[in-house]
Structure formats: C-alpha cells, structure tokens
Design a protein around this ligand. Structure first.
Ligand code: ADP
Ligand code: MG
Length: 210
C-alpha cells in the first residue's frame, strides 16, 4: 500500500483525497503517477475498475493553471457515458482547487450549449473524438494551449474505429504536450498510436492477481 502523500501533490489535493476516502493508491496509480507527475509520456494498462481515471486526472490537475482561461488538458473517451464518468471523477478530484472548469464534449446533443461552455472558459475538455473534431473544424474549440492529452480506454476507441479521428484531433495539439494512454488491454493498434503520437513512452502494466 502506497500513500498519496509520497507524491508531489499539493496539501489541498491530499486533504481532498482523504475526504473522498482514497486512503492509498491502487497498484496502477502507484506505478503510473510518479511517471505522469514527472511529465513523461505513459502507456498504462490495467483492468477496468482499477482507478485509472485518478491516475491521469491527478497528473493533469497538478499541471493546470486555474487562472489561465485556456484548454490545458483534454481526455478522449470512446463513449458519452464514459466521458460523463471521467468528468464526474475529475470534478471530484478538483473540487478543493479554485474554480476549475471541466466541459464534456460528446455527440448526440446540440453543439450550442457546448459552444457556450467553451466561450465561458474551459480548463479541461473531456469528450469523444468525433464531436471534438467537429468543434475544432468549426473553430469553437482551440487546442493550441494544450499541455496534457489523455487517450482513455484506448483499446475501445480503436475497436470503435476512431483511429483516424484521433489522428485528426491530435494533429491540432502542440507537439510539446505530455500524452498519457490508458487501456484495459493491449491490442496491436496501441503500438501504432504510441509510435505516431507519443514521445518515448514508459509502459506500465498491472496484471490481475492470478
Ligand atoms: P478504471 O478507469 O480503471 O476502470 P475508475 O477510475 O473508474 O477505474 O475507478 C473505479 C472506482 O474506484 C471509482 O469509483 C473511483 O472513485 C474509485 N477509486 C479510484 N482510486 C481510488 C483509491 N485510490 N482509493 C479508493 N477508491 C478509488
Ligand atoms: Mg476508466
């Protein structure tokens, strides 16, 4: 068991984790957070329910500047349901910090509300590749200040045929960004994603106990 306090996290964040009942890190968090917080690219593989969301959320929140109204982090997810879950978890982890705005951007709803949320200032966007691509094309969204890109449930995004959409979106982000990829399995396409969009990624796998 590893305590969150072994990580370079702010006292506010540590107190909030304690209030949320997060007493110690899960294995994937203990293995990936030191790497992610050090700014390195990361491919992390662990089964569903192992706490992967906090593993990337704490890393992107640690870098975020709440006083700068620019989209600094983006999480790409395969479905709207998963994007909603990630948004809820990021908000829980960020609730003690000053006013961090997280906006969910998925298809199936009108773009108008999403556009208004973006105009009001978003620090973090969470969404599906198709809708994000659409918002970029219409110039409602800019990713020029992005410093962290997360590909969550990358295996499922590949299953759903999102490779080209992901590529289109990633091309509109700065090259100097940190890229974190999370997946439950490691199909062939992941290596292709890593080769094209990641810089010397550390690969971490947490095996389920036998
Ligand atoms: P995954 O993305 O790997 O499927 P989630 O990030 O959705 O897993 O986490 C599963 C559940 O575990 C969530 O309800 C989350 O709030 C909880 N959780 C995550 N990390 C911790 C922790 N360190 N201690 C206690 N609960 C945690
Ligand atoms: Mg997950």
């Amino acid at each position: 068991m590893t305590a969150f306090s072994s990580l370079p996290l702010s006292p506010t964040t540590l107190a909030n984790l304690q209030q949320l009942g997060y007493e110690s890190m899960t294995p994937i968090q203990a293995a990936s957070l030191p790497v992610a917080l050090a700014g390195q690219d990361l491919i992390a593989q662990a089964k569903t329910g192992s706490g992967k969301t906090a593993a990337f959320a704490l890393a992107l929140l640690a870098k975020l500047n709440p006083r700068w109204f620019a989209v600094q982090a983006m999480v790409l997810c395969p479905t709207r349901e998963l994007a909603d879950q990630v948004t809820v978890e990021i908000r829980r982890l960020a609730r003690a910090e000053e006013n961090i705005k997280v906006v969910t951007l998925c298809g199936g709803v009108a773009t108008r509300g999403q556009r208004a949320s973006l105009e009001n200032g978003a620090h973090i966007v969470v969404g599906t590749p198709g809708r994000i691509m659409d918002l970029l094309e219409r110039e409602y969204l800019s990713l020029e200040n992005l410093n962290t890109l997360v590909l969550d449930e990358a295996d499922r995004m590949l299953d759903m045929g999102f490779f080209e959409d992901i590529a289109t979106v990633v091309k509109q982000t700065p090259k100097e960004r940190q890229t974190l990829l999370f997946s439950a399995t490691y199909p062939e396409g992941i290596a292709k994603l890593a080769q094209q969009f990641m810089r010397d990624p550390q690969q971490i796998t947490v095996k389920a106990p036998a």
